[in-house]
Each structure stands twice: as structure tokens, then as C-alpha cells.
Ligand binder design. Sequence first.
Ligand SMILES: Cc1cc2nc3c(=O)[nH]c(=O)nc-3n(C[C@H](O)[C@H](O)[C@H](O)COP(=O)(O)OP(=O)(O)OC[C@H]3O[C@@H](n4cnc5c(N)ncnc54)[C@H](O)[C@@H]3O)c2cc1C
Length: 392
Amino acid sequence: MDLRFSADQEEFRNQLRQWLERHPPPELPPELSLAEEVRQLRQWQRTLWRGGWVGVHWPREYGGRGGSLGEHYILQEELARARSPELIGRIGVNLVGPTLIAHGTEEQKRRFLLPILTAEEIWCQLFSEPGAGSDLASLRCRAEPAEGGFWVTGEKVWTSYAQFARWGVLLARTAAGKKKTEGITFLIVDMQSSGIEVRPLRQMTGSEEFNQVRFDRVWVPREQVVGEEGRGWHIAQTTLSHERGTSPRQLVIHRILLHEMLSVARRERRADETLSANPLLRQELAQACIEVELFKLFNWRVLSRLQRGETLGAEASVVKLFWSEMSQRMHETAMHLLGPRALLLADPQTFAHGRWARSYLYYRAATIFAGTSEIQRNILAQRVLGLPREPG
Ligand SMILES: Cc1cc2nc3c(=O)[nH]c(=O)nc-3n(C[C@H](O)[C@H](O)[C@H](O)COP(=O)(O)OP(=O)(O)OC[C@H]3O[C@@H](n4cnc5c(N)ncnc54)[C@H](O)[C@@H]3O)c2cc1C
């Protein structure tokens, strides 16, 4: 394991830092409507793209910078350090783009990749269904083959940003297979097609990024199949593999949270003592310090393996499991530090106007998206420890 970045990579970091000083990320106050937030985030992604900071490790011919994984890692770290919000087009940039680069036709790459980087076109991921989340292969959405394309009928759920998406990647059943994973096709769907109904779902954060999406005989032309018809499960594995692995952004976010928590603990007083003198809070803070350090080492180990050209396999599950549960423990400590004020989501008196409390609610989802903690543990139990599969 090599724990140093190269001189070129450090130069890349310096250039990016200087650029971010000249182009500070937007601050998005909590009272902003979701539509306005999305508008500002599109502008921000476009500014980043013009600077050459979106898709740095995508090939140059498709609008990327042809950079290394190490540079991609540094980019995530530096954006988080500058408190840049996440890219609005992240489903496109992180999941759809790499899938099309690996499996798309040349025509699909030419048509779809550039507008993903510029945020001109937002994408959504139409995989989960009311009866198929962890057990995704039991999906029931149908795509009936016809002359020149498919008629899609079914229902998807938890589709982030579907109400703003121009395109979606959809898993649908085109044939019955011997196994559940056979007969699934990976399709690109125009979200403006007739027969699509998008219904936003309100989350406990108060936001409505999620949606329920219904398809009632929606036409998808054959040119919009990715890979081979019926082999969509295999294509979807590429998409899903990009959801786990290193999380430099999460590392920096939690490092910042840790520093903020330590400074609040040293500064604030409750019941005649500074918070940092309270033995229970001291223990929780010490635990958080240990976990952030461990998470850094996990990230570095994964990055150095990927840079050597190795694949990750079950190791991606260790990282996902660790950071998602760490984030929940750390946010609980943040709530303990705030005491009763933790209940206020937008109080000007509360630390950072309720940002900790909103993040606390948001991170409840971290042990669900990109594969739940139970699923990660199953993967580790079976593939790393060699335990038998669960019955049934
Ligand atoms: C913030 C967020 C964004 C998301 N965005 C998208 C998106 O854009 N597109 C999309 O397609 N999906 C999206 N999802 C959906 C996500 O992929 C699913 O929620 C996830 O796969 C879990 O599926 P489920 O919700 O149906 O839960 P279920 O699979 O029904 O699981 C319910 C519970 O049972 C447990 N469980 C299930 N199977 C097993 C097992 N075999 N062994 C042990 N325990 C088990 C689970 O761990 C969980 O605790 C998003 C989810 C979140 C939280």
C-alpha cells in the first residue's frame, strides 16, 4: 500500500484548490425550494465542467479529462473540503456515464455522455420497485418486445430526481428466464414519453427528491437498449459497482463534522460544565476520532488497490457498511452535543442553522441506499467468510 499521492497528483490538487478559491460553491439555504435548488445546482455543475472538473477520469473523447482514479479521488476530497454540494447530475456522472462507456454503442456514447457532464440533461435510476429492492432480480416491470422497440408497463419507486430527469436507465423484464436474473433488459427511457407518471414522495427531511414512477405502455425504441436484450442484469452490475467502493467525499464530510463537534464540545457549556468535560460525550468523541481515522485507511487501501488495476469484489461492501454506520453514530453524537436544540431544523441559534439535525435525518438513509447494511453483511458472510447462504 502506497500512502502518498504523486507530485503530479499534488499539482492537480493545488490547481483545483486555487480554482475553487476563485469560484466558490453556492450556499444553499434550507428554505430554498427544491426546484430553485436544482436550478442553482445545474449552474454550479456547468461552472465546474467549464473549469474541467466534471468527469475528470472519463475519456477525453467523451468530454472528460482522461485523468486517473487518483485525480478523481482528489477531486471528491477537495470539493467536499470547499463545502461544494453534491453534483445534481451525479446519477449520470457516477453511474450512467461509466455504464454507457463500458457497454453503450458508439452512437449512445456520442448522444448521451456530454450533456451528462454539463448537467444539461439529468438522469434517474429506475431499478427499485415496490416488491423488488434488496432482491432486485425479482423485478416485475415488463418491456414487451414489438417491431422496432418495446412497450414498458410497470412501477418503480424511490427514484431520486425523477421529476427533474430528462432520461432514465430502466431495468425491465423482456422475457421469462430459467433464473430470475435472466430475461432482464437494460433500457434508456425518455422521461418525457407519454404514459409516464411521476409522483414525488415526501421524506422525513421535508424534501421530495424521491418519486414513484408509473409506466403505462411507454414506448422505448430498440436503439435505446444498452448491451444485449435479456442480458441487462449483467449491465446493471456495472452500474451498481459504481455505487460502492471508496467514499472520499464522505471521508471529508465526516472529518469536518468531527472538527466542528470537537470545537462545539470545547466551547459550549451545559449544567455548569463544558461539554468536553462530560465523560460520556468524551467517549463518543474519542470513538468518532478513531472511526474517521479507520475510514481514511479503508479508503486509501481501496484506492491503492484500484490504482494497481485490481478489482474490489466484496471489499466494497466493507467500506459501504463501515461509513454508513459510522455516519449514523457520529450524527447521534452531534445530537447529544446539541441537547434539546437538536429538535430544531432551521433555528438561527442552533449550530449552523440546524445543519447537523438535517444531516442526522438524511443519514438514516445511508444504511439503506446502495444496498442495505443487512445485504452488505450477507455479502461479507458468504463471499469473505465462506458461510452458507441463508435458507430460502
Ligand atoms: C436515499 C435513497 C435513494 C435511493 N435512490 C434510488 C434510485 O434513484 N433508484 C432506485 O432504483 N432505487 C433507489 N433507492 C432504493 C434503494 O436501492 C432500496 O431502498 C434498497 O435497495 C432497499 O430496498 P427496499 O427499500 O425495497 O427494502 P427491502 O429490500 O424490502 O428491505 C427491507 C428490510 O429487510 C432487509 N432485508 C431484505 N432482504 C434481506 C436478506 N436477504 N437478508 C437480511 N435482511 C434483508 C433489508 O436490509 C431491510 O432492512 C434509494 C434509496 C434511498 C434510501
